[in-house]
Design a protein around this ligand. Structure first.
Ligand code: SF4
Length: 308
């Protein structure tokens, strides 16, 4: 059995930065620090930070007054920012700069009185944060698929713009965008595609990998959007794919007939988990490993100045 490793895979610049912000806040202020929502969607990362003294909360009303509060990489609504201010929190914002860019774009378009349409998954923290950037009660409209586009009743002659969640399937999103453009010929696109470089590169890498592999193992938590999209790419090619939090979740049945096992990791899954999967595969019949060549990434987002 051969192991094929996707490239690039695992941590993106936004996740690196978010984890560094929590770690630096802990060393500057001591424990505990409060993190609203999982700082990134990965069980291993969250448990590690919990062990160091981070407390994860769903809502700001779970945080006592005058504490350190960190917003997750997915970003927050304006309301959450106000709630944190109201309890006198020392705030560090770990929102990925690429999500912040979408927030600013939404606010800018609303100031120009555009109806903004967001393509994304209902209930995902990033989507809740982006929907919550509304100015003066102007609503951002969410569409998840083409059926939602069909149901929109916006005047097609009004000013309309769209934006997207950063971690969607590049192909599925293009399909929805085409539908929007058919229905609203004057709709404005974002200046630059809002699906982030890391999502795009990891999806491209899996497409290349699955030309050769028989099965795909994706390191990533169930609630990680970009990891789920990687799994779906293999499934759309009619190949089996499994999303796992670690090597201990692999079932030997999945790989017993495979000649080539593809391995990748979502943008919030650390490399140590990939190496554990590689070791598992060596223990279960693998005798060769190859890393597929892919797009080189050199993106780095610095932490806020006050934590440097
Ligand atoms: S996946 Fe993209 S948008 Fe999300 S944290 Fe990473 S770089 Fe930022």
């Amino acid at each position: 059995m051969k192991i094929l490793l996707a490239n690039p895979r695992g941590f993106c610049a936004g996740v690196d930065r978010a984890i560094e912000i929590v770690e630096r806040a802990l060393s500057l202020h001591g424990k505990p620090v409060y993190v609203r929502n999982e700082v990134v969607h990965n069980k291993f990362v969250v448990n590690n930070l919990k062990a160091k003294g981070a407390i994860f909360v769903k809502e700001i009303n779970e945080v006592p007054e005058q504490q350190v509060v960190i917003f997750s990489a997915h970003g927050v609504s304006q309301l959450v920012r106000m709630q944190a201010d109201d309890i006198g929190a020392t705030i560090y914002d770990a929102t990925c700069p690429l999500v912040t860019k979408v927030h600013k774009e939404v606010a800018r378009k609303q100031r120009q009185n555009h109806q903004v349409i967001l393509i994304g998954h209902k209930g995902h923290p990033e989507v809740e944060g982006t929907l919550g950037q509304s100015n003066d009660g102007q609503q951002v409209v969410l569409v998840e698929n083409s059926a939602d586009v069909e149901q929109l009743t916006i005047d097609k002659n009004s000013d309309i713009s769209y934006t997207t969640q950063t971690t969607l399937s590049v192909d599925d999103t293009q399909h929805i965008v085409n539908h929007l453009k058919d229905k609203f010929p004057h709709i404005r696109s974002p200046k630059k595609d809002d699906i982030c470089y890391a999502t795009q590169n990891r999806q491209d890498a899996v497409k290349t990998l699955m030309q050769s592999a028989d099965v795909l193992l994706v390191l990533g938590s169930r609630n990680s959007s970009n990891s789920n999209r990687l799994r779906e790419i293999a499934e759309k090619m009619n190949l089996p794919a499994y999303l796992i939090d670690g090597a201990d979740e692999i079932k030997s049945d999945w790989i017993k007939d495979a000649n080539i096992v593809g391995v990748t990791a979502g943008a919030s899954a650390p490399e140590i988990l990939v190496q554990e999967v590689v070791n598992y595969l060596y223990d279960h019949g693998a005798d060769e490993l190859q890393e597929v060549s892919g797009t080189k990434e050199d993106v780095h987002f610095p932490v806020p100045e006050e934590l440097r």
